[in-house]
Design a protein around this ligand. Structure first.
Ligand code: SIN
Length: 278
């Protein structure tokens, strides 16, 4: 297995490995170590079906909980991130987020496999929150460490949310539900359970406030912080190819989808990796 830096602020490409083949314990440890080092790993040129994607996810830590999506027929864990060529709905996952951060135990990582990739556009952006936190002035770091954010899926997955009942014509199997109104608090700075490194765990997509802070002040702080978190110097842009598997660490990176492929179909298959149990 060969691991090479992406040439961007973070992330790495991993080659000379067949993820559909046997995944022995040494190989699993090597992949997980590279994942901790680089935050995002791209494995181009894989020949994985959904069963192989599930085997890989299981080896990386087991399956995470995936609310609000139906899985693909024949699979209990693989969901399609899909946009048909003529689809007119707002882009899915365009806001910066860490997957399912509103859960009590959010998934440690996500795997996304390129299936049907448009000739242009549709890149996924990743922002390194370890580097973004480390680059903050000390007094801002101290402020962030003292704060607890309130997360909720309501703006996205409640029946009146962005992917709710009025969201017609979407090809993805999104299933909005009243349970999306629940809130869950997490520290704004997360100490990574495996590396011990601190990272900002603040995401525009799911945070609805900060505990003990008046709404407008919290919003101002979160907006200012998000601009910092997603500055170009912390961002890796992934250009997809069919057969590339990307695996990222939700405890360290934010990500978001981009458009620019109007008139083309885009399909990726996704699993989440369970929260780290230690
Ligand atoms: C996601 O956030 O899971 C999807 C990202 C993408 O479509 O690029």
């Amino acid at each position: 297995m060969k691991v090479e830096r992406s040439g961007q602020p973070f992330g790495a490409n991993v080659t000379e490995i067949d993820l559909a083949g046997p995944l022995d314990p040494d190989l699993i440890s090597a992949i997980r170590a590279a994942w901790q080092d680089h935050g995002v790993l791209a494995f181009p040129g894989q020949s994985m079906d959904d069963a192989a994607l599930e085997r890989f996810t299981l080896a990386m830590g087991g399956f995470g909980e995936d609310p609000y999506f139906d899985t693909l027929p024949g699979s209990d864990h693989v969901a399609a991130i899909l946009r048909e060529a003529e689809e007119q709905t707002p882009l899915f996952a365009e806001a910066w987020h860490s997957d399912w951060s509103f859960l009590p135990d959010p998934p440690s990582g996500t795997c996304l496999l390129g299936i049907d990739i448009p000739p242009t556009g549709g890149d996924t952006l990743f922002a390194d929150q370890r580097a973004a936190f480390a680059a903050l002035p000390a007094e801002k770091q101290a402020l962030c460490r003292s704060l607890t954010a309130i997360h909720s899926a309501r703006a996205a997955y409640a029946p009146d949310g962005a992917y709710g009942e009025q969201d017609e014509g979407r090809s993805m199997a999104i299933r909005p539900d009243e349970s999306a109104r629940a809130t869950r608090s997490h520290p704004l700075v997360l100490t990574h359970p495996e590396t011990g490194e601190e990272a900002l765990f603040s995401c525009g997509g799911y945070i609805i406030g900060i505990e003990g802070m008046e709404g407008e002040a919290a919003f101002k702080l979160l907006v200012e912080l998000l601009a910092w978190q997603t500055d170009d110097r912390f961002v890796y842009r992934h250009r997809w190819e069919a057969g590339t598997l990307v695996m990222w660490d939700n405890r360290r990176v934010l990500h978001r989808a981009t458009g620019g492929y109007e008139g083309h179909r885009r399909e990726l298959h996704r699993t989440t990796i369970a929260a780290w149990q230690g």
